[in-house]
Design a protein around this ligand. Structure first.
Ligand SMILES: Nc1nc2c(ncn2[C@@H]2O[C@H](COP(=O)(O)OP(=O)(O)OP(=O)(O)O)[C@@H](O)[C@H]2O)c(=O)[nH]1
Ligand SMILES: [Mg+2]
Length: 462
């Protein structure tokens, strides 16, 4: 994408019929080329003479004076445009025929079709956005729920970039303090207090750790949070699942082992996407098909962020329930566990008082009653909204996550070397490496491969 002198064009709205379509052009010659094919309704009006951010009504005409369409031309002059170059947006009527005719005419006039992400790539080259902001733009275009939308908007505004910049600045300060010591090492001068440098490193490590941790939450929210429903046969897993998605998708029956496959359903709760999985549960069984179902459950548990364990409050043995819950907690210490005592409409044979105090998310409900199911769903969405509120910044890109982890690794090595009283030379090397990884996030230091990879994920026209 380094042929940045070309003027490029692309359809910015979807192909096919719609009320209007927008065609975007970027490059130094955008305005003069469009001038050639545009006839203003005000005789003699010249586009080149107009100010930036103005709109002009007129017609586009082909070489033989054939009228193509009546259009609105928006002018954005360098450097005040999305790409930082001269840009034109043509709003034309949204028919496939008109879109294609205008694109063909522009290509005949020397403009070439843009590659995926090329507009944003130019914005990056011209320092209108940094890399993490460019990636957030790609996320914004595909974000389908409120929370993802908010996170990507926040990143476009540059909150992640700013945090990384602050971190880099702090690390640079640290590196220069060390360098000073190096320069004057012969005179045995110590400029910075060891204890201060030490706590400084500690503080930076904590900031990095916090960002790294936010990725598991950010990634889960971007892809949707997986909630897997498990429990013994016949406890009402499918009944609960069908209530959640408000559809009769899973078969419900009094026969044990009804559900054998994993059945999936999605809902959005308070702007967050949740994927619910109804399963065969987790019991030992002789039935080969049900066994396969149980194996599937075990596989799917791994990817879930929430385990929803249901038991039958009037039927099941209390000891068995307690040992099941303990086992889940030990096996999956990092997952959120919700416990549901179902069938509360039939009087329970156990008293669940101590459950309530020991298990943070414990509910006594009847899955047959939607309002009671809704109580569980509200707690579920609040849990993730609270987690989000606690994080000032949420990392959503795997690439950023990897770079942050590598940066932390180098910083930990520096910390270790510092502890051991190793040479300042060595510590400086680690700090520089740590800085380099941070620079990859915002694009201050980037290889061509990384750039290609990022911008190829965009659609054409962005
Ligand atoms: N009274 C009462 N019955 C319920 C409730 N929830 C489910 N049931 C009944 O319990 C039986 C089993 O329900 P399912 O939803 O099929 O249970 P499951 O856990 O999916 O069962 P398997 O797929 O076989 O593991 C059905 O007859 C349901 O109608 C409830 O809250 N109250
Ligand atoms: Mg079932």
């Amino acid at each position: 994408m380094l042929d940045n002198d070309d003027t490029i064009v692309a359809l910015a709205t979807p192909i096919g019929s719609s009320a209007i379509s927008v065609i975007r052009i970027s490059g130094e010659n955008s305005i003069s080329i469009v001038e050639n094919i545009f006839v203003s309704i005000k005789p003699g009006k010249k586009l080149e003479k107009q100010s930036t951010h103005t709109i002009h009504l007129g017609s586009l005409v082909e070489e033989n004076n054939n009228l193509l369409d009546q259009v609105l031309i928006s002018i954005f002059k360098s450097p005040f445009s999305y790409t930082g170059e001269n840009m034109i947006e043509i709003s034309c009527h949204g028919s496939y025929y008109i879109q294609q005719k205008i694109l063909q005419l522009l290509i005949r006039k020397g403009i070439r079709l843009a590659r995926p992400g090329e507009f944003t790539f130019r914005a990056f080259i011209n320092q209108k956005v940094d890399l993490s902001q460019a990636e957030a733009i790609a996320d914004l275009i595909v974000s389908e729920n409120k929370i993802c939308h908010e996170i990507s908007l926040q990143q476009i505004k540059g909150s992640l970039s700013q945090t990384i910049k602050d971190l880099r600045k702090k690390l640079l300060d640290f590196a220069s303090l060390l360098e000073l010591e190096l320069d004057f090492s012969e005179e045995n001068v110590i400029f910075a207090k060891r204890s201060e440098l030490f706590s400084f490193l500690q503080e930076l490590k904590e900031i990095l750790k916090d960002l790294i941790e936010s990725f598991s939450l950010g990634n889960a929210i971007k892809k949707g949070i997986y909630v897997i429903i498990i429990g013994e046969p016949n406890v009402g897993k499918s009944t609960f699942f069908n209530q959640v998605i408000q559809e009769d998708r899973s078969i419900i029956s009094h026969i044990e082992g009804t559900t054998r496959d994993c059945v999936e359903g999605e809902i959005i709760l308070n702007g967050i996407l949740f994927h619910f999985l109804d399963t065969a549960g987790i019991r030992e069984t002789e039935d080969p098909i049900e066994t396969m179902g149980v194996e599937k459950t075990m596989e799917r548990i791994e990817e879930a962020q929430v385990i929803l364990y249901i038991f039958d409050s009037y039927n099941q043995k209390k000891q068995k329930i307690i040992s099941d819950i303990k086992e889940i907690h030990t096996k999956y210490p990092l997952k959120n566990i919700f416990v549901i005592a179902n069938k509360s409409d039939i009087s329970p044979i156990h008293d669940f008082e101590n459950f309530k105090s020991e298990i943070p998310y414990f509910f006594e409900i009847s899955a047959k009653n939607y309002n009671e199911v809704k109580r569980v769903l509200n707690a579920l969405s609040s849990l993730f909204l609270d987690k989000l509120k606690k994080k000032k910044i949420v990392v959503t890109q795997y690439r950023h996550y990897e770079a942050l982890k590598l940066s932390l690794r180098e910083l930990s090595l520096a910390h270790h070397a510092f502890n051991k009283g190793l040479s300042v030379d060595l510590i400086s090397i680690y700090i520089k490496e740590s800085l380099r990884y941070l620079g990859e996030i915002t694009g201050e230091i980037t290889s061509e491969d990384i750039l290609k990879n990022i911008f190829s994920k965009f659609c054409i026209g962005k």
